[in-house]
Design a binder for this molecule. Structure first.
Ligand code: ZN
Ligand code: ZN
Length: 363
């Protein structure tokens, strides 16, 4: 079929929106009509050179929601007509990680980056040239393996769930699943973009006593307060480590780094109290390294990483949707701007300017 997709060709180049050919689903795959997709910093990382792109040209996008239109042979997770949220990591259901409730680390699927398990691609240029793709949510239609699809209830507006599969699970999951923030503890958050705001609302859900948001943009600190931060620190106006230590009376119990920068990972570590936990959530740059002093580490501190919120999508997504129904999880407020697919470059400009919580591409 013919569809429209956003294509990445090379770093520092504008993203191109083009008509492409999409093959139908093969065994174990589903064709999904994408309804809405969030503009996430991890898509941008390949464009700005923060991470080395594994493959190009590629149909971009990994966060989104949609409606299943057709399924290939043997598919059991979804049926045509089902509303779904894309899970960013595959869940084979059989490997040592999937069977120990850590599907975010699933290693049971062997495939070339940007291709399906059979080594082929479903997306092609009109002249037949192969396009690489992952979930390819920046496309009006996509074909993905069923292990990326989580069926969701049909009584909530599907377009409101666009960010559940990445920003929400990565942020809330880092707090609840990975770091396991305890009620009454103090939390500091470096970086208040779409994921950082979800770390903040995860800390609210976990019952944190103080939630200190750190950023360099006042517009993002304003969003942070709306999502539940009790205090804000503009890192341009002084040492954020000292500010967090002052506000917490000796260091935060939990400090989250949601940028992917060695300097801010170190700051988050330095801002914890003895016995505290620093948790790296931001995507690290290719080859990035961080070092921490041994003496503070010795005092029961932990420096840990959180990948996709240590999420268990088939458990966590329904939980998030229930919290949203009850008004305890902000999803409407997260969608601070809508744009059509043709404005994908402008959507990333919104993100970089800090003027939005998340820009949502509405198909
Ligand atoms: Zn993402
Ligand atoms: Zn697995």
């Amino acid at each position: 079929m013919r569809t429209t997709s956003a294509i990445f060709y090379a770093p520092k180049q504008p993203i191109s929106v083009e008509e492409v050919e999409l093959d139908g689903p093969r065994a174990g795959e589903a064709l999904v009509r994408v309804v809405a997709a969030g503009a996430c910093h991890s898509d941008w990382h390949a464009v700005d050179g923060h991470t080395t792109p594994a493959f190009a040209p590629q149909v971009m996008g990994h966060e989104g929601c949609g409606i299943v239109e057709e399924v290939g042979a043997g598919v059991t997770a979804v049926r045509p007509g089902d509303p779904i949220v894309f899970a960013i990591r595959p869940m084979c259901g059989k490997c040592r990680y999937c069977t120990t409730a850590r599907p975010n680390l699933c290693d049971g699927i062997v495939r070339e980056p940007g291709l399906m398990v059979d080594g082929t691609s479903r997306f092609h240029k009109p002249d037949g040239a192969r396009l690489f793709h992952g979930l390819a949510t920046f496309s009006r239609h996509t074909v993905v393996p069923e292990w990326h699809l989580v069926k969701v209830p049909d009584d909530v507006p599907i377009e409101r769930l666009a960010s559940v599969g990445c920003a929400v699970v990565t942020g809330v999951g880092a707090v609840v699943n990975t770091a396991q923030v305890t009620p009454g503890s103090t939390v500091a958050v470096w970086g208040c973009g779409g994921v950082g705001l979800n770390v903040i609302q995860g800390a609210v859900i976990a019952g944190a006593s103080r939630i200190i948001a750190v950023d360099v943009k006042e517009s993002k600190l304003k969003f942070a307060r709306e999502f539940g931060a009790t205090d804000t620190v503009n890192a341009l106006e002084g040492d954020p480590v000292e500010a967090v230590i002052d506000l917490t009376g000796g260091g935060a119990d939990f400090a989250f780094e949601v940028i992917g920068n060695p300097t801010t990972v170190r700051q988050a570590f330095d801002a914890t109290c003895p016995g505290g936990t620093a948790c790296m959530v931001g995507v690290p740059p290719t080859g990035g390294e961080v070092s921490v002093p041994m003496r503070p580490l010795f005092l029961d501190r932990r420096l840990i990483g959180s990948s996709a919120g240590t999420g268990r999508p088939r458990v966590d997504f329904p939980w998030f949707i229930e919290l949203y129904r009850q008004g305890r999880l902000k999803l409407d407020e997260l969608q601070s701007r809508f744009r059509p697919l043709e404005e994908i470059n402008e959507a990333f400009a919104d993100m970089l300017s800090g003027s939005v919580a998340r820009t949502i591409i509405k198909m």
